[in-house]
Every structure is written in structure tokens, then in C-alpha cells.
Design a protein around this ligand. Structure first.
Ligand code: CA
Length: 234
């Protein structure tokens, strides 16, 4: 799928960061479009064949939340939010509005490219025909047809709710999911704030699938944001 030259829109008002990102993207044969303001970004999104947007939250004219809100009324394209360390709240807000992932400044070229690959792969999967019903991360395997979970050769007995959590994480493998998105998907809209229930569920699942639950290899915690299933594959 990387044979296409994907068009990436970089929305960033810091010239140096913008150049660094474009330099990195172009070295990987992506086509880079740039905007320094939200207004410019909206104009390019309407005019160019953009496949993915990298969005800085601190823009001079509008905040990133508003850009996502507007974009999501007409497009499902992957959006990776780029934020400074002190913008945790905003970061969670844009993820809840439908951004796909985030990068915290400063980030490396390899981190940037890895996040882009995950987001694009996820997009192709969604738009592709039938998704493979067997998901895998290292030794951990979930067979969605049989509704079973395996670690290496052994079957792991999980509760229906643990299964639902793991399936949700696998369907979004490599992407961060915010606590409120997970709560909404698993418990339903009414349980929006019960983060303790999610922590308990995650801890129980980790005890079953992680060698060292205190240092998880599969279900990774994104502090202040939510969880991410490791991207690691066989
Ligand atoms: Ca900025």
C-alpha cells in the first residue's frame, strides 16, 4: 500500500518544525502540503487530495479542536494531532472528537513515520473489504470468529467484557483510544465517567495476558489519555 504517494497535510505554525516534518515525509516519498493556520488548512483540505493530516493544536487563528470538529462533518481521513506537553486536556478532547492519534513534541522522525504508517494502514483496513478476523500482537492472538484468545499455543479464558475490551483495542491496534471512547464502546453512553471500572477491567486482563502486568507488553497505558494495543507483530 505504500506504493502510492500519499498526500499529507502538515498544519503547523512553527516554521522549523514544519520543515523538519516535511523533510522527513518527503524522504519517505510522501507528498507534503503545508499550512500555517487553521484557515489555510481548511482551504487545502477542500482543494487538495489529502490522505492524512498532521495537526498542531496551538495555531494562531483557531484551536485544533475546531479544525477536527469541522473536518469530521464531511471526512473520516486520519488525523494525527501534534501537541506540546502542557496540552493534555486539548489532546484528549481532539481524540474524543475523532482524531486518530497524537505525537507530543519533541518527537523523532521514526516516531512520526511509525504513527503515520499505523494511521494509514488503519484507514486502508477500514475501507478495504473484509477485515481479517484473526488479530495478532507478538504471542497474543484473538480469533474473532471463534471468539477466543490465545497466548502462544494456550487458550486464555477471558470474560465477555475482557474480550470486548481486547477486541476493541485490536481493531485499533497501534492507535491510542481515550478512556471515554473505551467506556462508551464497552459500557455504553451512560457510563461515561467510570474510569475505575475500566482500570479494574484492564488490570484483570493484564494479569491473564501479560508476563509482567506491571510492565505490560501488549496493553500499553497512555498516561492521562487512555490505552493503546502494542503494534508488535510476529
Ligand atoms: Ca503551534
Amino acid at each position: 500500500m505504500n506504493s502510492l504517494h500519499e498526500h499529507i497535510l502538515v498544519v503547523e505554525d512553527d516554521t522549523q518544525i514544519r520543515s523538519f516534518i516535511c523533510f522527513t515525509l518527503e524522504a519517505e516519498t510522501y507528498i507534503c502540503h503545508t499550512a500555517a493556520t487553521a484557515e489555510e488548512a481548511m482551504r487545502l483540505l477542500a482543494a487538495e487530495p489529502i490522505d492524512l493530516m498532521l495537526l498542531d493544536l496551538g495555531l494562531p487563528d483557531l484551536d485544533g479542536t475546531e479544525v477536527i470538529r469541522r473536518l469530521r462533518t464531511w471526512s473520516e481521513m486520519p488525523v494525527i494531532v501534534v501537541s506540546a506537553r502542557d496540552q493534555d486536556k486539548e489532546k484528549v478532547a481532539v481524540l474524543d472528537l475523532g482524531a486518530d492519534d497524537y505525537l507530543t513534541k519533541p518527537f523523532s522522525a521514526s516516531e512520526l513515520l511509525a504513527r503515520i504508517r499505523v494511521a494509514l494502514r488503519h484507514m486502508y483496513k477500514q475501507s478495504g473489504a473484509k477485515a481479517n478476523p484473526v488479530y495478532q500482537a507478538g504471542e497474543l492472538r484473538l480469533d474473532a470468529e471463534k471468539r477466543k484468545v490465545y497466548l502462544g499455543e494456550s487458550e486464555i479464558h477471558v470474560t465477555p467484557m475482557e474480550y470486548a475490551l481486547l477486541l476493541l483495542l485490536f481493531k485499533n491496534q497501534g492507535k491510542v483510544l481515550t478512556t471515554s471512547v473505551i467506556l462508551r464502546e464497552i459500557w455504553g453512553a451512560g457510563y461515561g465517567q467510570d474510569t475505575q471500572a475500566l482500570r479494574t477491567l484492564t488490570a484483570g486482563l493484564r494479569r491473564k495476558i501479560e508476563k509482567n502486568p506491571a510492565k505490560p507488553r501488549y496493553i500499553l497505558t497512555e498516561i492521562g489519555v487512555g490505552y493503546r494495543l502494542a503494534e508488535e507483530r510476529e
